[in-house]
Ligand binder design. Sequence first.
Ligand SMILES: [Zn+2]
Length: 96
Amino acid sequence: MHSQCDVCGLHYEREPGFFFGAMYISYAFSVAIFVAVGVALSFLGDFSLEVYLLTIIGVIALFLPFLFRYSRILFLHIFGGVDYEPGYKKKVSEVG
Ligand SMILES: [Zn+2]
Protein backbone atom coordinates (compact mmCIF):
# COMPACT_ATOMS: atom_id res chain seq x y z
CA MET A 1 0.00 0.00 0.00
CA HIS A 2 1.25 3.50 -0.84
CA SER A 3 1.90 5.74 2.15
CA GLN A 4 0.48 8.79 0.42
CA CYS A 5 -1.63 9.75 -2.59
CA ASP A 6 0.31 10.38 -5.83
CA VAL A 7 -2.17 13.06 -6.92
CA CYS A 8 -2.90 15.17 -3.85
CA GLY A 9 -0.20 14.04 -1.40
CA LEU A 10 -2.68 12.92 1.26
CA HIS A 11 -0.94 10.84 3.94
CA TYR A 12 -3.19 7.78 4.30
CA GLU A 13 -2.24 6.81 7.85
CA ARG A 14 -3.99 9.71 9.60
CA GLU A 15 -2.27 9.01 12.93
CA PRO A 16 0.10 6.29 14.22
CA GLY A 17 -1.75 2.98 14.33
CA PHE A 18 -4.73 4.41 12.48
CA PHE A 19 -5.31 1.25 10.43
CA PHE A 20 -5.66 -1.05 13.46
CA GLY A 21 -9.37 -0.23 13.30
CA ALA A 22 -9.50 -1.58 9.75
CA MET A 23 -9.02 -5.04 11.24
CA TYR A 24 -12.60 -4.88 12.51
CA ILE A 25 -13.90 -4.19 9.02
CA SER A 26 -11.69 -6.96 7.65
CA TYR A 27 -13.12 -9.25 10.33
CA ALA A 28 -16.68 -8.33 9.29
CA PHE A 29 -15.80 -9.13 5.66
CA SER A 30 -14.32 -12.48 6.74
CA VAL A 31 -17.45 -13.38 8.71
CA ALA A 32 -19.62 -12.46 5.72
CA ILE A 33 -17.52 -14.71 3.46
CA PHE A 34 -17.55 -17.45 6.10
CA VAL A 35 -21.37 -17.40 6.25
CA ALA A 36 -21.85 -17.05 2.49
CA VAL A 37 -19.53 -19.96 1.63
CA GLY A 38 -20.96 -22.08 4.44
CA VAL A 39 -24.54 -21.53 3.31
CA ALA A 40 -23.59 -22.12 -0.33
CA LEU A 41 -21.87 -25.41 0.56
CA SER A 42 -24.87 -26.55 2.59
CA PHE A 43 -27.05 -26.05 -0.48
CA LEU A 44 -24.58 -27.84 -2.77
CA GLY A 45 -24.43 -31.07 -0.84
CA ASP A 46 -23.80 -32.94 2.39
CA PHE A 47 -20.12 -32.34 3.17
CA SER A 48 -18.01 -33.14 6.22
CA LEU A 49 -16.78 -30.47 8.63
CA GLU A 50 -13.26 -30.70 7.16
CA VAL A 51 -14.56 -29.83 3.69
CA TYR A 52 -16.41 -26.82 5.09
CA LEU A 53 -13.41 -25.54 7.01
CA LEU A 54 -10.88 -26.08 4.21
CA THR A 55 -13.15 -24.48 1.60
CA ILE A 56 -13.92 -21.46 3.77
CA ILE A 57 -10.27 -20.98 4.75
CA GLY A 58 -9.26 -21.32 1.09
CA VAL A 59 -11.80 -18.77 -0.10
CA ILE A 60 -10.82 -16.29 2.63
CA ALA A 61 -7.12 -16.77 1.78
CA LEU A 62 -7.99 -16.12 -1.85
CA PHE A 63 -9.72 -12.86 -0.94
CA LEU A 64 -7.09 -11.67 1.57
CA PRO A 65 -5.46 -9.09 -0.73
CA PHE A 66 -8.88 -7.58 -1.43
CA LEU A 67 -9.95 -7.72 2.23
CA PHE A 68 -6.75 -5.97 3.28
CA ARG A 69 -7.15 -3.11 0.81
CA TYR A 70 -10.90 -2.61 0.91
CA SER A 71 -11.08 -2.70 4.72
CA ARG A 72 -8.43 0.03 4.84
CA ILE A 73 -10.18 2.07 2.15
CA LEU A 74 -13.53 1.79 3.95
CA PHE A 75 -11.96 2.63 7.31
CA LEU A 76 -10.20 5.66 5.83
CA HIS A 77 -13.44 6.98 4.34
CA ILE A 78 -15.59 6.28 7.40
CA PHE A 79 -13.22 7.40 10.18
CA GLY A 80 -10.39 9.30 8.45
CA GLY A 81 -12.35 12.39 7.44
CA VAL A 82 -11.36 11.84 3.82
CA ASP A 83 -13.67 12.48 0.87
CA TYR A 84 -12.99 11.71 -2.76
CA GLU A 85 -13.06 14.81 -4.91
CA PRO A 86 -13.08 13.89 -8.63
CA GLY A 87 -11.97 17.28 -9.97
CA TYR A 88 -9.02 17.73 -7.59
CA LYS A 89 -6.24 16.94 -10.07
CA LYS A 90 -7.77 19.27 -12.63
CA LYS A 91 -7.98 22.08 -10.08
CA VAL A 92 -4.34 21.60 -9.08
CA SER A 93 -3.17 21.70 -12.70
CA GLU A 94 -5.19 24.87 -13.31
CA VAL A 95 -3.53 26.61 -10.35
CA GLY A 96 0.00 25.74 -11.17
ZN1 LIG B 1 -5.36 12.07 -3.51
